[in-house]
Design a binder for this molecule. Sequence first.
Ligand SMILES: [Zn+2]
Length: 302
Amino acid sequence: MSGVLVALDVGGTGMKCALVSPSGEIVHAERHPTGADRGPEAVTAAILDIAEGLAGKARAEGLRPVAAGVAVPGVVDEDRGVAVWSSNVGFRDVPLRDLVAARLNLPAALGHDVRAGGLAEARLGAGRGAAHVLFVAIGTGIAAAHIVAGRGFTGAHGAAGEIGHVVVRPGGAPCGCGARGCLEAEASAAGVARRYAALAGTPATAAEVVAKAAAGDQLAQQVWRQTIEVLADGLLTAQALCDAEVIVLGGGLAEAGDALLDPLRTALRDRLTFHREPVLARATLGDEAGCVGAALLALDVA
Ligand SMILES: [Zn+2]
């Protein structure tokens, strides 16, 4: 009977759940609403039910579940297996790893969603073969994961990688964290949309801004150029701290592809002095990276 990993990637609105082979292939996938509005106890109960359901599904199909991995947003203490704090799901010191292990009677691992995604990109995706990978997810927010030799760097409090709150424009746009001019406030997909709306007087999503810029809309081109400049400032700081071999860009804004990567590569190169230039690459695992990463965390404890 072949072994399989139970993996859940818990987001603010939805959970991506899967049975994953030890080589990282998704053999069965499910999506469920997170239901964060029902409170953290209900979300925790749903996670346990779904994980148990996946393990049952594996056995019904003649597979042997060998471990479970769960990735969650916020501050995560991976050593203790505790979801310490999350703004969008509401976790406060939830011992998720032990709860999952007890319910499934299997070894379990708890990880951070962006670090799990970075782990998957580093081991199996765009960072494959590199020992020092920085994964930067640019979506509604911006966060990073520094993966060294196939392991995510967590920091002392499970809060490493918050590149979104590096201040790149002092006194700039207000950020959800309470500061001003954070990378996330200036250059996330939400930040791009906000700057375009302020300039053009009409709303547009970040993807629409990219499309308008490509079609010759001057305001959109201005907003996109500013976005590239701000991101390059943020990545310069990241490179100074991490000295990455490959920087993998993921999240919704990376869907812009070469319209993001080509000018960003140039803008970053212009800023580098003594630093070594990293390879800039687009993530290859898409929105399944977090779930595959949760499975890799499970594999490490199986
Ligand atoms: Zn901030």
